[in-house]
Each structure stands twice: as structure tokens, then as C-alpha cells.
Write a protein that binds this ligand. Sequence first.
Ligand SMILES: [Mn+2]
Length: 371
Amino acid sequence: MTSGHRITRHDLSEGGGRITSALSQNAAAGPLRSETTVGLALRVGQRWLRARDGKPATAGNTAGGALIDMIGVPFDGMGRARGQAGAPAALRAAGLQAVFGPDVIMEPDLVLPGPVAQRAAGSGLLNERALLQMVDALHRRVRSSLAAGRFPFVYGADCSVLLAAVPALRDVAGRAGLVFVDGHEDATPMDLSTSGEAANMEIALLLGLTGERAPQPLRERLPALTPDAIAMLGPRDHLFRQAANVPTVAGRVWLRSADEVSADPAGYARLAVEHAAAHGSRWWLHIDLDVLARSEFAACGAPGEVMLAGGLTWQQLAELGVAALHSGGCAGWSLSIYNPDLDPDHGAARSIVEFVARIAPSAARQHPPLR
Ligand SMILES: [Mn+2]
């Protein structure tokens, strides 16, 4: 932050939720978030944050880059009792709060219904009720953050967060780009899905390649992405797709496999941004941690899932992330798939926090703000 007018550090607690805000004097809140589940803490925080002079949130922020909104998503797409839904709290316990420095708003986690490990009758989606509420609530949060000129950092859950983040970016910016870093293509058509997990299908849904059976609240935001605005880095899932008879999308979208990316992570990251931003789009950065080799990160996945050989190292992923963000134009970032139930000694959580700390300074430098 360059304004030098930081006036206070404000902590509010409600039900274990905690908001820490450190804003410049002339930074103000964006459009009031209408989400009812956010609760008292955020509403009080917004009252405190509201503009005193009516200027937008970006007024004091154009030179210093974006303020970060940290948005925790306690959602597990498989409907497990904790699983990835435990990720936000576990990552904060490992020190995630501190890595972005003081220019951050730690938002309360989304409040979501309990998990149901069953597929819905109509759509076949697993844990559908929680999924739809997650997408709806996160869409509003991300849209509001972007519209206020801030940089949303979405952590926890799985790749289904993109069903909220990408439409939100499209809504605010007019069109969205996506740099998608994942061990899988996540482009399974709904009728070929054996699990019903939205996190295997979200790219196909965003591109409009599938979704006739999707519930209306999802369908009305789709498609949200054109094939020329996505760049995929790191897929190595041919055995996984073979098992479900799902063809690759490599012929339809820009894609560089894990083997290619590991040879030059920074170079491919720059090419990916160039591609995703080619039509002037601001772009979203998504990192599914299963892009990493199992020897680097194993706190993800489910019993019986096809394990993927190969994959990136933390070092390669950090080079990729820094190079992508240094290319400019990133509007927000999501980091998903961590399952603390598979991380009893919290070693993976610490690795994630160290990784975020390496990328965070570049995220905070993204400017100009969207609005
Ligand atoms: Mn994924």
C-alpha cells in the first residue's frame, strides 16, 4: 500500500469468524454485499468500511495495486463430512492470514448447508444443494470484490468454485479469461460423469460443452467462457479420462501438458496469459493442487481415484505462478483441492502457505483494479 494513510486495524468476531481489515483512509467499501449468510460481522465491517466521501474503493488504490479479499469456501464436492470443507480453517491455522501482508480483508467463510453424499435425481450432481448455494454465494462475493476494484483470493473447496468466479469476472469485466492450472482437464460432460462431481465438469460447463441437465441456477450463468479465452497448464489425466471414456479438449482449447510445463514453467505461464488475455480480457488464475506430483503433495483425492503419474514440483508451480502474475491483468485467484483429513501432521498445509507466500506479493501488485 502506498497511500500511507492506514488508520487502523479492526477486528470483529462472530461465531468464530474473524475479519481483519487494514485499509487506507480513502479506501471504501464496494457495493454492499447482499448475501444473508455472511452475517453480522461483515455487515458491521462494511458499515465501518463505507465511504466517507462517496469515492469508489479504488480511489486511493490505483498506484499501489489491489487490495486482497480473502474468501474461504468450506465446501466438499463429494459431500464428505469434512474433506475439502475443512481447508479454509486448516490453512488459516497454518498461517495463511499473514501471507498477503496488511492490505487484506479476511472475509468470513461462506456459510453452507451440510454435505449430502448423494447424486441429485434430475441433474445427477453430487451434493447438489450445497453446490448450488456455494456457487450462488461465491458468485456474489467475487462479483462484489471485483466491482470494488479489489483482488479476490478464493481458498478451499474444489474446482467447482470456478462456476462462481468465472461468471463473476465475466459479469463485471464484460468477458473473462482463465488460466487453469490442474492435473485434470475437468471437462467431463455431465452424462459421462460416473461420480456426479461438479469439479470434474466445470470447464465443460463454463464453455457450454455440456449442461443441458444442469439446474437452472447454474445454467443461467453459463456459458461464461469462450474456448479462445482459456489456457490450460498441467493436465496429465489421460488414464483418468480413459476410465470414463472422456475425450480430451486439447483440440478445442490451448493446453500444455504437465510434461511440457515442467520443462519451462515460467515460459509456459507467460504464453498462457498471453493466450487467455489475447482479446483484452482480464483473467482469473485457478490452481488445483493436484497439478503437483504426489511426492510433493498428497493431501487430496479420494479412495479409488485414478492416481496420476508425473506432475509439477512446488518450485515449478511457484515459478509458474509468479511468471503468470508478472505478466499482468490477473483479476483474482483461486486455490483448491486441499483435504486436511489427509494431512494429519499439517505438513501439506504449511507447504501451501509457503507457496502462497511466494506468489502473494505478485498478486498484490495486479493493477489497475478492474474498475
Ligand atoms: Mn480440477
